[in-house]
Structure formats: C-alpha cells, structure tokens
Design a protein around this ligand. Structure first.
Ligand SMILES: [Zn+2]
Length: 111
C-alpha cells in the first residue's frame, strides 16, 4: 500500500498555488496535491483529510457527487430522539432569577 493518496478534489489541479506547479520551463503544469500519511492523519481510512488536501476540495467533491453519496444511505424518513424538556429556575452571578431550559435525552430501551 502506498503511503500517500492523490487529493480527490475535482478541481484541485486548477488552483493557482505555488505548491502545485510541476515540470520544467515551457511545459509546466498544475498538479493535484499529494497527501502523504502523517502522524495526524495516520492510516485512519475514516479521516477525510487522507483523501482531500483542504476543506475546499472536500466540499467541491461533495457538491459534484452529492446524488451518488446520498444514494449510498438514503434518508427516506425523519429520525427522532426521545427527550424531556426540563425548565429550572436559577439565579445568575448577580442573583437575578432566570429560567433555564435543558433538553435531556430519554433512553427508552431500558438502559
Ligand atoms: Zn485538493
């Protein structure tokens, strides 16, 4: 297995930055960035920055392939999380009363 990936951003090779310039005078190109595996992205295949050099390249990829990505795990109905809404009377630093609202997740599975 190689120790790098090419950035998957569809327009990565079109960004005008010095670190993308390759080739000799007269035949220079802008090249897709190489992402080397390092301590911070390690070999973790779930780390998106193993595949994208920047958030911009990630968002360009998502925009281009959104229909295919959402088809992998389609959301056909809304999800719900059971909660309790608890209102509590509290006092602030200056002893002024205020109402605090807390949302508490309810575990209906018996825990
Ligand atoms: Zn990129």
């Amino acid at each position: 297995m190689s120790n790098y990936n090419w950035c998957h951003g569809p327009s990565c090779h079109k960004s005008h930055t010095q670190d993308r310039i390759r080739g000799v005078k007269g035949s220079k190109v802008l090249r897709t960035k190489k992402i080397k595996h390092s301590d911070w992205n390690s070999q973790d295949r779930y780390n998106m920055f193993n595949y994208f050099c920047s958030q911009n390249c990630l968002m360009n990829y998502i925009s281009k392939h959104l229909q295919s990505i959402t088809a992998i795990a389609p959301r056909t109905e809304a999800l719900e999380t059971p909660i309790d809404v608890v209102k509590e009377q509290k006092t602030d630093y200056f002893d002024r009363p205020y109402t605090s609202t807390r949302i508490i997740t309810v575990d209906n599975n018996g825990g």
